[in-house]
Design a protein around this ligand. Sequence first.
Ligand SMILES: NC(=O)c1ccc[n+]([C@@H]2O[C@H](COP(=O)([O-])OP(=O)(O)OC[C@H]3O[C@@H](n4cnc5c(N)ncnc54)[C@H](OP(=O)(O)O)[C@@H]3O)[C@@H](O)[C@H]2O)c1
Length: 284
Amino acid sequence: MKVVVLGSGGQLAFDIFRLKPEGVELTGLTRKELDVRDKEALIRTIRELKPDVVINTAAIVRVDDAEIYESRALETNAIPQKTLGELSASMGFSVVYISTDYVFDGTKREPYTEEDRPNPINMYGFSKHLGESLLMNYTDRYYIVRTSALFGFKGSRSKGNVVYNLIRKFREGKIINLIDDVYFSPAYTHDVAQQIWKFIMQKWDHGIYHVVNDGFTSPYGLGLEIFAILGVHPRISRVSLRDMRFRAKRPRYSAMQSIKKVKLRPWQEAVREFLKEIDIQKSL
Ligand SMILES: NC(=O)c1ccc[n+]([C@@H]2O[C@H](COP(=O)([O-])OP(=O)(O)OC[C@H]3O[C@@H](n4cnc5c(N)ncnc54)[C@H](OP(=O)(O)O)[C@@H]3O)[C@@H](O)[C@H]2O)c1
């Protein structure tokens, strides 16, 4: 089976590569090798490679940047899904598109399921929702994987990840502001990548799937968990989302769950496993 990963320099792509099942011929294309905004290059490359599956992880992931660079966010996060959808329909391959909890507006008070209606409140969420709609409009052969607050070994070049960012702040020795009125479901890239391979290898039905670790927490709850596991005691200040003055609006509640048999381990276990993997304790 031939699988192509777009945006392959990223943190989720890193674990998709690490967990490659036997028998899969996997080709990765970084932004430098293939900019997904270049439609002609995208078409040419996919026609040449003739994949069975394309996993598109490429994105502008910084939520506040998407607010500033609107066209770039749309050109990267949304528009290529039309081309991939058209190619998928004509060539017969499946597309895995990585989407986000930020397609929701955050007004619900229990975890969002695959049946809930998106209603994005910022440009990042809007661009991702448009990407989902374009893909679904042009092909039936899609896995839309909505995930959230990804943390993994590689980290994102542009935004790090929630766990690395907290460890960095601890090392700087400053007071750490932790928001206590925003709730979300963190997701370990290892577990998300494993589930993506299950969709592909076990030929799950095409469709939308929520893929996050089980449960939800606030940045404050996540911080306490991480620092307790590490056995360190930073100075913490509990703050409200309002205090942070982010450029982009953020949903106050974007916890997700799957009602389609996706079941990842609880986020606390995933965080513990990740901290073990990066073996950070020795250097604190
Ligand atoms: N990180 C999160 O918390 C989170 C939450 C929910 C959903 N997601 C989604 O999950 C996916 C993977 O995220 P991640 O955490 O692995 O982010 P990441 O590490 O930043 O990976 C994204 C990759 O896309 C590349 N890229 C950016 N613009 C591109 C372009 N025009 N053409 C080709 N490649 C391009 C980036 O390259 P450069 O670094 O060189 O720019 C980067 O390697 C993304 O689709 C994201 O929207 C992420």
